[in-house]
Design a protein around this ligand. Structure first.
Ligand code: DX5
Ligand code: ZN
Length: 223
């Protein structure tokens, strides 16, 4: 199985975002991971639909919007309009998780919940057959550059089993994405545990900040 790499723009140079998006795609990014933080659900503040819309013309791969906002529903149509291809959200930030999933999918956008390190996999029980992806946090959300929580490896493996069972049952494809502290030296263990999509921020936007640097970082993670 080939692994998808989703560089997180959180570690990009925001003064040159269009260039960063084009360069990281030229370097092999499969998705653009777009972290939205509201200083309420998480203790940090980033960017909204306006910036998503601004990068859309530069993004020749899908934009993977990770909403760390509460409440979440009002922003969903705005991000769909702004060009999001995937929207993930934290169940703790939605009063009605099933409704939020339906809302995202009704707009033609792929949907999935994001599980914090301490969020049990049981949150998937009654919605998994409707999901396009499951995103597992392997750091606490809010900041780039944190260390991968080792205890998440068995959780990834258990999520893999749930996702496989759901895919068999429904015939649909569900991605299992991992976000937080992904580096070249732990990517193998994360993929072996069952992740098929890896978000990486600080491990990709590094070095000389050009296509060659990003290519080196992405191919090191991929291999
Ligand atoms: C954290 C964000 C991540 C973050 C990952 O709340 O959701 O996407 O940017 O950054 P690294 O790869 O540096 O841990
Ligand atoms: Zn993220």
């Amino acid at each position: 199985m080939s692994i998808r790499i989703a560089p997180s723009l959180l570690s990009a140079d925001f003064a040159r975002l269009g260039d960063e998006v084009r360069n990281v795609i030229a370097a092999g990014a499969d998705l653009i991971h777009f972290d939205v933080m509201d200083n309420h659900y998480v203790p940090n503040l980033t960017v909204g639909p306006l910036v998503c819309q601004a990068i859309k013309p530069h993004a020749t791969v899908p934009i993977d919007v990770h909403l760390m906002v509460k409440p979440v529903d009002a922003l969903v149509p705005m991000f769909a309009q702004a060009g999001a291809d995937i929207i993930s959200f934290h169940p703790e930030a939605s009063e009605h998780v099933d409704r939020t999933i339906q809302l995202i999918r009704s707009l033609g956008v792929k949907a999935g919940p994001v599980l914090n390190p301490a969020t049990p996999l049981a949150v998937l029980d009654h919605v998994i057959d409707q999901l396009d992806l499951v995103l597992l946090m392997t750091v606490n959300p809010g900041f780039g550059g944190q260390s991968f929580i080792q205890g998440m490896l068995p959780k990834i493996a258990r999520a893999r089993a749930l996702v496989d069972a759901a895919m068999q049952r429904t015939g649909r494809t569900i991605w299992l994405e991992v976000d937080g502290g992904v580096k070249r030296d732990n990517a193998r263990a994360i993929a072996e545990a069952g992740a098929d999509t890896l978000v990486a921020g600080s491990a990709v936007f590094t070095g000389a900040r050009d296509v060659a640097a990003y290519q080196g970082a992405i191919s090191a993670i991929r291999s």
